[in-house]
Design a protein around this ligand. Structure first.
Ligand code: OGA
Ligand code: NI
Length: 332
């Protein structure tokens, strides 16, 4: 296993060009990582750790299967959020534009190439400590808090487990940053994309990378695309039954001093059905400075990023600055 990602990084790196044609999108060749292999024997566990290392360095994205979240919990979360977005607007009681608010919902309007308007609705929820935030979550539909609570608790456990594996893959202690993530901000970002006849010309969510350490994504149907750093092409992410997608966030790129690459991604709506996605963003605390781990900085790998906090990211976002946050952190 290669802890030093430098040579492969050079192989993986390339310039980023963004195409706006969605029709000729290739499907992905990102790894499908079977987490049940973790518990088989030490050889299969090492294999998983190695696959995670490769995926985080080269693509910044991977599928996970056999992740241990029961199907009923996943279905419950998708169903209750579908019901939430079907509520009349006046009953979605948390409409708010302030991105620092722990619970808020809203609408984003995009125009297609022929000028047709397309709307994405979203709901953002802080999820940890659960007892602190759940009281502010939507009360409707009935069982919303229970169904979403079940999912957030499961995905939180998974996030902590994945962090341990990523740290292991970098030859850091597997408990490295665990306490920090445990006491950090866990935010659920739920997106609802109504069907759109202009689906091939409309962006559901514009290209971006997530600020988080990592994001675990659940999708009701395909629509996620990522910019593959190995060939600078947009690729559609396959729909593998029962899978979740793990996305490397900006703060993991910083923490690993560039060994892991945060992934640029976007989403497009479906032409036939409403598409729902639930992004689980795992971050450190609001004012905790994330900077490259000392163990990953040396003569050959000088410190490549400035320290920053989640609050810095949110301030950057609300300032309307169009430069991607990660670019503002790079030390040339
Ligand atoms: C996000 C995101 C992708 C999707 O919420 O940050 O990238 O598939 N969502 O909706
Ligand atoms: Ni995202």
């Amino acid at each position: 296993m290669e802890a030093d990602g430098r040579s492969s990084r050079l192989k993986c790196e390339s310039t980023q060009t963004i195409s706006t044609h969605f029709l000729d999108i290739q499907t992905d060749d990102i790894p499908i990582i079977d987490l049940s292999l973790l518990h088989l024997n030490s050889h299969t566990r090492s294999l998983v750790v190695h696959q995670i290392n490769e995926a985080c360095r080269c693509k910044g994205l991977f599928h996970i299967i056999n992740h241990g979240i029961p199907e009923s919990v996943i279905e419950g979360a998708l169903y209750t959020n579908t019901e939430f977005f079907e509520l009349p607007i006046e009953e979605k009681e948390v409409m708010c534009d302030d991105i620092f608010k722990p619970v808020r919902s809203g609408t984003v309007r995009n125009a297609s190439q022929d000028g047709t308007e397309f709307t994405r609705e979203f709901l953002k929820l802080y999820a940890h400590p659960f007892d602190l935030w759940v009281e502010s979550w939507p009360q409707k539909p009935q069982n919303y808090r229970e169904k979403m609570g079940n999912y957030t608790k499961e995905v939180r456990r998974l996030g902590l487990e994945l962090l341990g594996l990523i740290m292991d893959s970098l030859h850091l202690e597997s408990t490295y940053m665990r306490d920090n993530l445990e006491h950090g901000i866990h935010m659920m970002g739920i997106n609802c994309y109504p069907p759109c006849s202009q689906a091939n010309a409309v962006m559901g969510i514009a290209p971006h990378s997530d600020h988080s350490i990592m994001t675990i994504l659940l999708q009701s149907c395909p629509g996620l695309h990522f910019l593959d750093p190995t060939d600078s092409r947009w690729k559609g992410v396959d729909d593998i039954k029962g899978s979740l997608q793990v996305l490397v966030g900006d703060h993991l790129e910083v923490l690993t001093n560039g060994r892991c690459k945060s992934v640029i991604h976007r989403a497009i709506p479906s032409s036939e059905r409403t598409r729902l996605s639930i992004a689980s963003l795992h971050s450190l605390a609001m004012d905790e400075v994330v900077e490259p781990a000392m163990e990953l900085v040396d003569k050959e790998h000088p410190k490549g990023y400035k320290g920053s906090t989640l609050r810095d990211f949110l301030s950057h976002l609300s300032s309307g600055n169009k430069v991607p946050f990660i670019q503002t952190l790079k030390i040339c």
